[in-house]
Design a protein around this ligand. Structure first.
Ligand code: SAM
Length: 306
């Protein structure tokens, strides 16, 4: 609730209470005027008692109204304070997160020798902390083939790492033609064409265990999609369909190398968590690690030889 809403609500109550205050004041004046005009000594006793009762009641209601008004002011202050506290907490959590992403950016910039500025991260793109995780996984596992579901900054980061290592390539599946072009353009600007290939793979219906999803059309590209040592799953978009990224493992499991690593972004979303649970049931050999980074992520270790 915003401070404005709290104020508007309290203002309405205020107006009501003030109106009561004024009506009671008016009643008191009328009562006093009647008493004076009757000339109290000659007045009927019954009438005098009634008027006195009315006067007392009016004073009581007036006091009650005054009390409620004060209470409203107090409550308004309390609500405003709660709001300020909540905003402060949100702000400090955001600042902590921003700081972590800045730290990750420093790692990225010191570990990669960039030929061109990187496009903006976060929002539609990966966050810097996932970029740093990709760098450390590539350096640790030295994959010969990295395959990505969705292209972007992750394509550039993975390609830069492989360039440093001296071998390996990236194949990135992109369902949107315009973004495939944009990513290809970025790959060229960073002089990584020899390492990274962006494929426009439009979404087509795929049926897995009687359920149909929209997923990348990989049929024409199967030759260059295996064996996958590192699979990075960041597409198709989560809002496209229920458990949008589920098909990645059933569709590509046979193409994974013996000890492949799989990274799934957006692990804080309920859909991604359900997808991982489903994969664990369907592919019992995989080890799952949950990463508490900005968007949440999962790192899965496949052990086909077990
Ligand atoms: C979650 S994003 C992919 C992010 C990518 N893995 C990265 O590291 O930047 C999913 C989709 O966003 C779309 N996308 C790519 N470039 C974009 C851009 N510059 N602006 C908006 N959307 C973009 C693409 O269709 C991509 O498949």
């Amino acid at each position: 609730m915003s401070l404005e809403t709290v104020n508007r609500k309290t203002q309405k109550k205020w107006v009501k209470e003030l109106r009561t205050l004024w009506i009671c004041g008016g009643l008191q004046i009328i009562a006093i005027t009647i008493v004076l005009s009757l000339g109290l000594p000659q007045a009927e006793w019954v009438l005098a008692v009634l008027l006195a009762t009315l006067l007392i009641l009016a004073i009581g209601v007036q006091l009650e109204s005054y009390y409620r008004t004060q209470n409203l002011i107090y409550r308004q202050d309390e609500q405003a304070l709660d709001l300020v506290r909540e905003l402060f907490q949100q702000n400090s959590a955001q600042r902590r997160q921003d700081y972590r992403q800045t730290e990750a950016l420093f790692s990225i910039f010191s570990l990669l020798k960039l030929n061109h500025p990187l496009p903006s991260m976060r929002e539609w793109a990966i966050s810097p902390d996932l970029g740093a995780l990709i760098i450390s996984l590539v350096h640790e596992h030295k994959p010969k083939l990295v395959v990505e579901a969705s292209s972007g900054i992750s394509t550039l980061i993975a390609a830069y790492c492989l360039q440093q290592i001296g071998e390996g390539s990236v194949v990135s599946l992109e369902h949107e033609a315009q973004f495939a072009d944009l990513s290809r353009d970025q790959v060229a600007r960073h002089s990584l064409q020899n390492i990274a290939k962006v494929i426009h793979a439009p979404l087509v219906p795929v049926t897995i265990a009687d359920q149909t999803w929209q997923w990348y059309d990989i049929a024409p590209h199967l030759g260059i999609l295996q064996p996958i040592d590192l699979l990075i799953i960041d597409g198709p978009p989560g809002d496209l369909q229920h458990q949008s990224r589920y098909p990645a493992l059933p569709m590509l499991f046979s193409a994974l190398s013996e000890d492949a690593i799989v990274v799934l972004d957006d692990g804080d979303r309920a859909d991604e968590q359900a997808i991982v649970t489903r994969w664990q049931q369907e592919f019992p050999g995989i080890q799952v690690q949950r990463i508490a980074n900005e968007k949440g992520a999962f790192v899965l270790r496949v052990r086909k030889s077990l």
